[in-house]
Design a protein around this ligand. Structure first.
Ligand code: PLP
Length: 356
């Protein structure tokens, strides 16, 4: 029986995507070859790559002054690659620290220039999104993590600033409409909301490049990947292919306006169940709650293993919270059906009736 997959990442993909992805492993579009055994320079794969770039551009309405790349190394490589390419030794970058992933990005950027942490929610174990800070006008960029996968907070709106925003969107890419012009660069590891592990989407405004003096190894230069259309070396062929299928699914569903409306509805259902249940409690300030990762605890922690056992019996998988928060985390990405959330919230209700 297929489980209800609440995993934070790698995470749920649409059933139709898994079906098509499995067929292409045997035979890609009837060409008599597997997607796993064709050249990255073949016309078949170039068509996959072109289509993937085109889908990113149409879903986010990306203007021509931006480049779209599919790289490898995960979002964690972007923590340093962004600073390496954008921040000069004599320059300064502003960072907002909203959790483990931002902290890691900060640590890496410090190798390349001055890093100013202009706001942080560390004082309350990252349970809120900071507000009321000023972005220094002389900063080269402002780095944000739009959705904090571990702690379950999310920026509802982004700061209005003329400083280019560099944003880690790993766990909420394609989950809602955004104005791409607000960002200088976006990066996202595929494995939360876009595809399988193994590729990282980068969208970057081209005029931000070429402004640092250091020498950068070829594989770590955005400009080289732009000039070579993500094919400077062998790109992650299969993760790109499955990401393409997922983006096609998003488009067929009605694009980002539909994803956004569905994600809002799903999140409301999830948080309503947490708030109305006497046994459970959300861990995040309500106005900063993530629509992708809902974090909550049992007020009586001794019931935790019993609840997880009942989840397991009901086919609910991946609900255990990250070790730094404890409790539970329901990751409800684009592909998560409302019905699966219903299975979880029904179980929470019946658990409260038995143990309340
Ligand atoms: C998962 C995650 C990362 C790390 O991604 P990798 O691809 O494993 O390097 C970075 N940022 C955020 C917000 C994430 O959710």
């Amino acid at each position: 029986m297929k489980k209800h997959n609440f995993s934070a990442g790698p995470a749920i993909l649409p059933a139709s995507v898994l079906q098509k992805a499995s067929e292409a492993v045997i035979d890609l579009n009837g060409i008599g070859l597997s997607i796993l055994e064709i050249s990255h320079r073949s016309k078949e794969f170039i068509a996959v790559l072109d289509r993937s770039v085109e889908l990113v551009k149409s879903l986010y309405q990306v203007p021509d002054d931006y480049a779209v790349l599919f790289l490898s190394g995960g979002a964690s490589t972007q923590f340093f690659m962004s600073a390496m390419n954008l921040l000069d030794d004599s320059g300064k970058a502003a960072y907002v620290d909203t959790g483990s992933w931002s902290s890691k990005a900060i640590k890496e950027a410090k190798q390349f220039g001055t890093v100013e942490v202009i706001a942080s929610s560390k004082d309350k174990n990252y349970t809120y999104i900071p507000t009321g800070y000023a972005v220094p006008q002389d900063a080269t960029y402002l780095h944000l993590t739009s959705n904090n996968t571990i702690f379950g907070t999310q920026f509802r709106t982004f700061p209005k600033t003329t400083v280019p925003i560099v944003c880690d969107m790993s766990s909420d890419v394609f989950s809602r409409q955004i104005d791409i012009n607000q960002f200088g660069m976006i990066y996202a590891g595929a494995q939360k909301n876009m595809g399988p592990a193994g590729t990282t989407l980068v969208i970057i405004r081209k005029d931000l490049l070429g402004k640092v003096n250091r020498t950068i190894p070829s594989m770590l230069q955005y400009q080289i990947h732009i000039d070579q259309d993500s094919c400077y070396n062998t790109p992650p062929v299969y993760p790109i292919y499955v990401s393409m299928l997922t983006m096609e699914w998003i488009e067929e569903m009605g694009g980002l306006p539909v994803m956004e409306a569905q994600n809002k509805l799903k999140a409301e259902k999830m948080y309503q169940a947490i708030d109305s249940n006497p046994l459970f409690e959300g861990t995040v300030r309500p106005e900063d709650r993530s629509w992708m990762n809902a974090t909550f605890i049992l007020k009586d922690g001794s019931l935790e293993s019993l609840f997880l056992k009942e989840c397991d019996a009901a086919g609910i998988s991946g609900l255990k919270g990250h070790r730094s928060v404890g409790g539970f985390r329901a990751s409800i990405y684009n592909a998560m059906p409302l019905e699966s959330i219903g299975v979880l919230t029904d179980l929470m209700d019946s658990f409260a009736q038995k143990h309340g």
